[in-house]
Write a protein that binds this ligand. Sequence first.
Ligand SMILES: [Fe+2]
Length: 200
Amino acid sequence: MATHFLNRSSFGDPANAGNLMDIEEAHQLLNEWVPNERLRLHMKQVAAVMKAWAIEKENADPGAALKWELAGLLHDADWEKYPDDHCRIIIEELEKRNIDPEVIHCIASHGPGYFGVEPVNKMDKMIYAIDELSGFVHAAALIRPTRYEGLEVKSVLKRLKTPSFAAQVSREDINDAVSRIDTSLEDLIQFIIDHQKDVA
Ligand SMILES: [Fe+2]
């Protein structure tokens, strides 16, 4: 992916802290902005993994978990229609809608090498780690006759070491992202398999 530096370090208005949209509204935005079903599925998978992580690993209450879920669901919302301005357009839309700045910063930091925004809090770091890896796990599942059924971490790891498999997925980004969290690559892959396998 080409770089689209945002050249900003502050996102949203602190006065909007706690301002979220309900999940139905976010799905509606997604349906309007993202005609491509595969891309929508990617965002739903990232959202499911982010939400599960917030609840299971960060003891998030429902309001905090919704932030993680919204960031996951909307992080690529402008990619299909505005590939050259990804993710500036969705950020500006969420600012217009007075959404919580943490959600917007999380989206802005989902690819530090591309957008020039460093992940700061745990939610930022997790979207960076989950995003590419989620897509990779899905690619690894799709080539198996039984898909996610019986998909093991070791076979995902083997594919990661095969540069020609899903070659567009940056192994460097995955390693960089995982180096910023306290979870091993193996454990994160398992968590992703468990929480995105039933997302449709
Ligand atoms: Fe993504």
